[in-house]
Design a protein around this ligand. Sequence first.
Ligand code: C5P
Length: 396
Amino acid sequence: MKSLSTRRVLLGITGGIAAYKSAELTRLLIKAGAEVRVVMTRAATEFITPLTMQALSGNRVHTELLDAEAEAGMGHIELARWPDLILIAPASADFIARLAVGHASDILSTLVLASKAPLAIAPAMNQAMWSNAATQENLNILRQRGAMVFGPGTGDQACGDNGPGRMTEPQELLELSAALFPTGLLAGLKVTITAGPTQEAIDPVRYISNRSSGKMGYALAAEAAAAGALVTLISGPVALATPDRVKRIDVVSAEEMLAASVEAVRDCDIFVGVAAVADYRLEQVATQKIKKSADSLVLNLVRNPDIISTIAALEKRPFTVGFAAETDNMEDFGVEKLQRKKLDLLFANDAGATLGSDSIAAIALWPTGRAELGPASKRAVAVQMLAIIKERLDAK
Ligand code: C5P
């Protein structure tokens, strides 16, 4: 069930006994990599608590349209723009009727009316209510407007009847939802990317750093997420917006970046070290601002840990990809680094042309081959890089 990875599902729960199955549905959606926000009608909260749904979805549950506190978080119009799919499960006969008419009488009906996201409905009701012409006409109206109707199933009902109206089982709802989305190149893969420079403190106000802008790492993170990967971006200090659907962890020094990387790769398929990690840090960081009294100043530097070599040396290591920004002999230095750092793949590039720029040319090097990429925008080259990463990962 990989194609739901990174997809945003707004799960609407209406009042019906099948609401208890929405808890399991949420768990399955989360397990498949989807991000889930739950919206409940007041009647739904009589069957299952918002607290249960909050704990399972990891997000605050929306139950009221006019709730100042909730609106201050994610307002209802923002919420309407958020999902890739609105799934109403269970959808009661009453709620289906309200959708058919176009009511905006509570938060869930308002969201459906205000959203352009595809709508899927999993009806659940007594068999007589299901068979009633009013319900069938309402569903036909919704189908004509493009809504998908998942189920219902036939069988024993909570009310003692037997017939059509059972909510489709959570596992099947999951599969029907997943089938709506194309599977991305990296669907379901967990990818950790380091990006940007590190800053090594000299004293409370000064530091040593480099000219890395973070653009290449951020472009890779954005494209990997768009290809369905679950991306953790460990970022040094940069002036860039976090790409959509990417989990970003901010760090400052190389040692912090190492700690965050080791933690992230405990559950990770691919590690890409794009960061320009400072090779040295101060042996001793001054606790107070250093005064300009002497004519010259000597700073004692010690070697920083090599993050990517540490990752590559782990017993259970992810597919490990490095970068090498060189000012000369790009390919020779690249091959040497690939071998010395025991990487699966390395992208060598011209530091002078790449640093801070929006475009890049690179040579991909792996133990048994090479390929030339670009020159093109970092976003375009990122797509080529990810294709090579996937190809080499599959070959391994
Ligand atoms: O040795 P050099 O810094 O040129 O190697 C570049 C590669 O090694 C990049 O992938 C970079 O992120 C990684 N690196 C690292 N830790 C360091 C230095 C470099 O992970 N301390």
